[in-house]
Design a protein around this ligand. Structure first.
Ligand SMILES: Nc1ncnc2c1ncn2[C@@H]1O[C@H](COP(=O)(O)OP(=O)(O)O)[C@@H](O)[C@H]1O
Ligand SMILES: [Mg+2]
Length: 226
């Protein structure tokens, strides 16, 4: 589904080139649930941003299916980005001025989903995450765990094929973190490809593959024993 070939990401400092990612070769098959681990600064977020087409400033090749990202027109790339990827961030990135309902609705508005269909998708998600009673509240009125559930609901509302999550449980208590991982496990069972960056080794056990990044390189890449 996704293939990265010899990806280098670097910044030019005054005297030298500083590599953030170096020689990344990675093949991701549809339906995998991958965990990226590694020390702070190892390049996990940078790699997720490249995978999610949020960062195009790198060397090397990225294929989505049989298509080279670099050879795509801007419009094609941006439509791929919108239609295939969902993002979950550590800091939720909810819009403070919008209610829970409206936050979940935003990606559906971008995709011009009809109003009837939007209502039904959002009703299902609220139900699934036990948030029906919270739909008219604003993010500030929710706990961290609830805000992250809204972030997940928003990310999956458009049924992305690939879900990218950067430290999705970073601000949560262990019980809430577990709940989020169980949701990921369900989405994975439904066929969603998931790539998460995390510091928590226990989160990796919910997935199928563990990749360790150190200093911008893949140090180990192994299957998770079930
Ligand atoms: N735009 C940037 N300019 C300069 N340095 C950056 C930039 N983005 C990331 N870095 C550096 O690259 C390294 C990897 O960052 P990051 O991908 O955020 O690591 P991780 O998510 O594994 O903690 C860090 O040392 C960070 O400071
Ligand atoms: Mg990071």
């Amino acid at each position: 589904m996704i293939q990265l070939k010899e990806i280098d990401k670097y910044i030019e400092s005054r005297f030298q080139r500083v590599f953030i990612l170096k020689g990344i070769n990675l093949t991701i098959n549809e339906g995998e649930f991958i965990t990226l681990m590694g020390p702070s600064g190892a390049g996990k977020s940078t790699l997720l941003n490249i995978l999610g087409l949020l960062d195009e400033d790198y060397a090397g090749e990225y294929f989505f299916g049989d298509k080279s990202i670099r050879k795509m027109k801007d419009k094609e790339r941006s439509s791929l980005h919108k239609s295939e990827f969902g993002y979950i961030f550590q800091a939720y990135h909810l819009i403070d001025e919008l209610t829970v309902y409206e936050n979940i609705e935003t990606p559906l508005l971008y995709r011009s989903v009809s109003s009837t269909e939007r209502k039904s998708i959002i009703a299902n998600l609220l139900d699934r995450f036990n948030m029906v009673a919270k739909k008219d509240l604003f993010p500030a009125q929710l706990s961290g765990g609830q805000q992250q559930l809204v972030g997940i609901a928003r990310a999956i509302a458009g049924r992305p094929r690939v879900l990218l999550a950067d430290e999705p449980t970073g601000n949560l208590h262990s019980g809430q973190a577990r709940e989020i991982m169980e949701i990921f496990q369900e989405l994975h069972a439904e066929g969603t490809t998931i790539i998460q960056a995390t510091h928590a080794r226990e989160n990796a056990d919910f997935g199928t593959r563990l990749i360790n990044l150190v200093d911008g390189r893949i140090e180990t890449d192994e299957a998770i024993a079930k």
